[in-house]
Write a protein of this length. Sequence first.
Length: 101
Amino acid sequence: MESLEGFERRADAGDREQQELLAEMRTQLKKLQDMTKDADPRLSFSTPEFKEAQRAFTDGFKKNFGRPVEWALVKEYPWSVPQLRKLDTPVDVQGKPWAGK
């Protein structure tokens, strides 16, 4: 790693404390590399492919994947608790009547 190499360049070879710190950094880095050597990078949540798929899913989810909303949490009165009920007429995600796109 470039940060470890930078520390190694700047460290004083005669300073025992700095050399101990560098040795500790090397062991930690070796542990991390051993832990991640078998990891599949395709399973990472930070890859551009995953981010694009997540964005596409989120956009579709917000639009109910192009289908009408048939079930909703409905309050019978303003003070009542919302209950899941089938709507009489399907609506879009904004609550407007479904036009059957």
